[in-house]
Design a protein around this ligand. Structure first.
Ligand SMILES: Nc1nc2c(ncn2[C@@H]2O[C@H](COP(=O)(O)OP(=O)(O)OP(=O)(O)O)[C@@H](O)[C@H]2O)c(=O)[nH]1
Ligand SMILES: [Mg+2]
Length: 448
């Protein structure tokens, strides 16, 4: 923290997206925010806070715009400081002229995420809530949006508070046991039980968080199959756009082509790949290597088969490569051919060309990713930073548990519990360093 001044000096920024819109929002925060806005709007006194005032903004007698202004009085604002929001017309020029005048009147341009950083430093938000705000803005799927909203509402924070309290209680009981070592045989038993219980909860949370984090960036789905089976046609169909080149020449797709889709609110990163076959063509070979590489990174694979040719040796070759992965056999061109001679019961029959069977395929995909989705739905941490900390909590608690089992002294065991507690404090932002805050808030946009 650069001292209290850094928290209260006057900053301003455009908080709405760049570009033209119906309305733009300019925020001013800090000591001089009210004074600046009053001067520009010709208001001698603020009658009421959090009320919308319709005023003209003037600077050196020049009319800047007709705007709505809301004044927030510390501590009842987003940042906890005196804050002003100006809603002006959403033109690029008009917005920048107003910001310019505000800066000339004594504000400085806000850094990325500085409003939210102030909210955190003023105790309006926990670090987890501040991070949740960023996640809400960035959310790509309904599910990650839902989890981030829950985290903003404090769900995760409360859970972590609960872990903290339970660990503190364990520490207190260890103290008692050390002070009164005689009558505590059964208490030690209880302490151990509680330690195991909470370390199990954290283990589970780490596991769910990993899956959840993965989920929020998108489930990775790869389309593979022999050349000409209709993979690119399927990609285009799933994306509702002509992304990949489709021809009847086998070996058309050479590189991996990616797109993103939502199916029932779940986000997928989907990759079309070069048709896999044995070939002497140098470029095609590289493409095929890339296809096989994509397979390794996939959560789910769509194995596209051609029902006009039936299952061939080429398909067998591909099957050998993907059989240990989570794959769905997809018999394509069902409008055209009927040679469905493998995976009869577990496959989906579609026509990528006409769209027939696509809904069945989507349902099958959802069925297959159900496990990933379920763990992603439960409350979890949503950033890499949070996950790394939680993993350290897990490690310390597992150490404590092992030391207990090895019969170590209670005060040795309490060292690891304290370390776990420290990490939990860092997680919610009870303890923090300036560089940590810089890293977190520099991801935000200006004006947030
Ligand atoms: N009748 C019919 N033709 C299809 C269907 N899907 C794709 N095709 C045709 O099959 C040919 C190959 O389609 P692509 O989508 O390019 O096949 P691919 O699997 O991407 O081929 P490569 O990139 O060469 O590996 C094209 O002529 C498509 O129009 C389908 O469901 N029915
Ligand atoms: Mg293709």
């Amino acid at each position: 923290m650069k001292g209290v001044k850094a928290l209260r000096d006057t900053i301003a920024a455009i908080s709405s997206p760049k570009g033209t819109g119906a309305i733009a929002i300019i925020r001013i925060d800090g000591e001089k925010s009210h004074e600046i806005a009053k001067k520009l709007s010709g208001m001698s006194k603020i009658e009421e806070y959090r009320k919308v005032y319709h005023r003209s903004l003037l600077y050196n007698n020049e009319l800047l715009d007709d705007v709505n202004i809301v004044f927030y009085k510390s501590p009842n604002s987003y940042t906890g400081n005196d804050l002003v929001e100006i809603y002006c017309h959403g033109g690029i020029l008009v917005t920048h002229k107003i910001l310019d005048v505000i800066l000339k009147s004594g504000a400085r341009l806000a850094e990325r995420g500085e409003f939210t950083k102030r909210a955190f430093l003023n105790g309006k938000l926990s670090l987890i809530q501040a991070e949740a705000i960023y996640q809400i803005i960035e959310a790509k799927s309904e599910m990650s949006l839902k989890i981030s909203l829950e985290n903003l509402k404090g769900k995760l924070g409360k859970e972590i508070e609960d872990y903290r309290e339970r660990l503190l209680k364990i520490l207190a009981e260890i103290e008692v046991s050390i002070d009164y070592p005689d009558d505590i045989e059964s208490d030690v038993e209880l302490i151990f039980k509680e330690l195991v219980a909470i370390s199990n909860i954290i283990d589970k949370k780490v596991e769910n968080s990993k899956k959840g984090l993965h989920l929020s960036s998108g489930i990775v789905m790869t389309i593979v199959g022999k050349p000409n089976s209709g993979k690119s046609t399927l990609l285009n169909r799933l994306l509702y756009e002509d992304r990949a080149i489709v021809t009847d020449i086998p070996g058309t797709t050479r590189d991996v082509i990616k797109g993103e889709i939502d199916i029932n609110g779940i986000h997928f990163i989907i990759a079309d790949t070069a048709g896999i076959r044995e070939t002497d063509d140098f470029v095609e070979k590289i493409g095929i290597e890339r296809s096989l590489n994509e397979v390794k990174k996939s959560d789910i694979i769509l194995f596209v088969l051609d029902s006009s040719t039936g299952f061939t040796e080429e398909d067998e070759y591909i099957y050998e490569k993907i059989k240990d992965y989570n794959f769905i056999p997809v018999w394509n061109k069902c409008d055209f051919g009927k040679k469905v001679n493998r995976f009869e019961n577990i496959s989906v029959k579609i026509s990528a060309l006409s769209g027939e069977g696509l809904r069945d395929l989507e349902m099958k995909i959802l069925e297959r990713v159900e496990d990933i989705v379920k763990s992603g739905e439960s409350s979890h941490v949503t950033t890499q930073r949070q996950l790394e900390i939680l993993e350290r909590v897990k490690m310390h608690l597992n150490n404590a548990r092992e030391n207990f089992e090895k019969g170590f002294e209670l005060d040795i065991i309490s060292i690891d519990i304290r370390k776990a507690l420290d990490e939990l404090d860092i997680l919610v932002g009870r303890k923090f360093g300036e560089d940590l805050l810089d890293t977190i808030f520099s991801n935000f946009c200006v004006g947030k």
